[in-house]
Design a protein around this ligand. Structure first.
Ligand code: CA
Ligand code: CA
Length: 224
């Protein structure tokens, strides 16, 4: 069952008291590798070898920063995102080591989603809102949401899956960063802030097709 809650649980955190803070709806679906219904794939991180020349990056988007394109797992360096309790992403993904930051500049977006592997508390996502402000969601914030953990588990259903952020206003970029090893990101997908009619139809269909694994909460974002 899909649901939307102005979360009492989020209010248990300090972020609830930032009266002017922006808000984002957060959806997490463990092990869901595919983009959500109605989304368009932004990049799958194939190709390279450097961030600037991945084979496919949707027009209008720019990737820059310190991340590595990686396949497989190396202990203490990077772990391929889990796609089930016993399987891993066998394709190329983005990994950020301690201190790394990668920026994805985007057209105006209503929502963005990406596959996250072994979420850690020290992973962070800084959203650039169209009004020029920035808002930060850390792994520690996400760990407080039902159905999610940020314990770095390389197999867990609650720390490997598709993470979706939907905004009341538009964003035009996101910074991925990590205070430790590592932040692992698979396919990124997005919904434009100005969808085509066909996209609306797909989204409406998508709303009816989501199964019982959705955990959706509204988080209060911490100003950067
Ligand atoms: Ca890939
Ligand atoms: Ca990790």
């Amino acid at each position: 069952m899909k649901f939307r809650v102005l979360s009492a649980l989020a209010c248990a955190s300090a972020f609830c008291f930032a009266a002017s803070a922006a808000q984002a709806d957060v959806t997490f679906i463990g092990y869901q590798t595919a983009p959500n219904a109605g989304e368009t794939l932004v990049t799958d991180f194939e190709g390279g070898p450097t961030l600037g020349d991945v084979t496919f990056l949707l027009p209008g988007y720019t990737l820059s920063g310190d991340g590595l394109l990686f396949t497989g797992s190396v202990y203490g360096v990077s772990a391929a995102p889990a796609t089930s309790a016993t399987t891993k992403d066998t394709t190329q993904y983005l990994t950020l080591q301690r201190g790394d930051m990668v920026t994805l500049d985007t057209p105006l977006l209503k929502s963005i989603s990406f596959y996250i592997g072994s979420l850690d508390r020290f992973n962070s996502f800084t959203f650039h809102l169209a009004d020029g402000t920035t808002e930060v969601v850390t792994g520690a914030i996400l760990a407080a949401l039902p159905g999610m953990d940020a314990n770095g588990s390389q197999t867990g259903f609650t720390s490997n899956g598709r993470l979706t952020f939907t905004f009341d206003s538009s964003i035009d970029g996101i910074d991925f960063a990590s205070g430790g090893n590592s932040l692992e990101i698979g396919d990124i997908a997005a919904v434009s802030a100005v969808p085509e009619p066909a996209a609306w139809a797909m989204m409406i269909l998508g709303f009816g097709g989501v199964g019982g694994l959705v955990r959706k909460r509204r988080v209060w974002l911490a100003p950067a």
